[in-house]
Design a protein around this ligand. Structure first.
Ligand SMILES: Nc1ncnc2c1ncn2[C@@H]1O[C@H](COP(=O)(O)OP(=O)(O)O)[C@@H](O)[C@H]1O
Ligand SMILES: [Mg+2]
Length: 273
């Protein structure tokens, strides 16, 4: 029996922050001494895989010790899975997931748009984490809003994907899937828009069954360390491709609060030395 917890980062909208939140969650867990495996199902962009490959290269070139995640074998050329027959793609994914089961956490990043492997990953999740930008364009994939009254008419395309995953999962093993939506790239200046989107997200959360978390502000530090394969959580007197500033300290706090509310804060075992 595996105790691996499977986290799927999903939202059919591209640019919502799936890969960004996945990287930050992975690094947070690694610093907690957790074994982390990842599967990058964004077979074209491979941002999460690129992040971890940058991390290995940066650490080796600079002779630094940082904790690393493992990537189970998916395919020699992952992008080819996009054209592969469905059974072959599913087999490759199942094999990778099986290989990852020794980890404490398996993080699966998914592409914008619908794909058979993305659906399979969603159905295998313990927890689906959906970042969304603070925008009605992003909300539209979760729920359809009446243009006159701004009332929610019905759950829309991505909410349906999650609904179908939950149904499939209930048939597979009778288990349920938790779903968390978090707002990403929040701007300090958009209080009115935020309040409106907030209201809709909360109303929809009750209807389709997800929890809402406060999420992350838009901050340069969440994107500028990508070429090094690092996040602000890695920064220390040893590891400092950029100097730590007060705004970085605020970002670390914000991330920590998010990880705590995602239930990813380790309270039982010791952190990595
Ligand atoms: N909180 C944030 N602050 C600043 N930039 C962000 C934040 N979240 C995401 N980004 C940037 O937004 C873009 C889209 O994010 P990404 O994680 O690639 O989205 P997705 O994986 O959902 O397509 C990237 O350029 C990323 O660096
Ligand atoms: Mg991505």
């Amino acid at each position: 029996m595996s105790n691996a917890r499977i986290l799927v980062f999903g939202n059919e909208k591209g640019g919502a922050g799936k890969s960004t939140v996945a990287m930050h969650a992975a690094v947070h867990l690694l610093h907690q001494g957790r074994r982390v495996a990842f599967i990058d199902l964004d077979l074209r962009q491979r941002s999460l895989a690129r992040f971890f490959s940058n991390r290995v290269q940066w650490a080796a070139a600079n002779q630094k010790t940082v904790p690393h995640a493992v990537e189970p074998f998916l395919a020699d050329k992952p992008a080819r899975l996009l054209e592969a027959p469905e059974v072959d793609a599913k087999r490759a994914f199942d094999r990778a997931l099986n290989e990852a089961l020794e980890a404490d956490f398996i993080l699966i990043d998914t592409p914008g748009g619908d794909h058979v492997l993305s659906r399979r990953a969603h159905a295998a999740a313990h927890l689906i984490i959906t970042p969304m930008n603070d925008s009605f364009i992003d909300f539209d994939l979760l729920g359809e809003v009446d243009p006159v009254t701004l009332d929610i008419r019905r759950p829309s395309i991505y909410a349906e994907t999650v609904w179908n995953s939950r149904k499939q999962r209930a048939v597979w093993d009778g288990k349920s899937i938790d779903w968390i939506v978090l707002r990403n790239r929040l701007a300090a200046t958009e209080a009115r828009n935020r309040r409106r989107v907030d209201e809709k997200v909360h109303a929809l959360s009750r209807r389709v069954g997800f929890s809402v978390l406060p999420g992350l502000r838009d901050r340069v530090i969440y994107r500028e360390l990508f070429p090094f394969g690092l996040t602000v959580t890695d920064l220390s007197p040893e590891v400092k491709p950029v100097a730590l500033t007060m705004s970085h300290v605020a970002a670390r706090q914000e991330l920590l609060a998010l990880m705590q509310s995602l239930g990813l804060e380790n309270t039982t075992t010791e952190a990595v030395a």
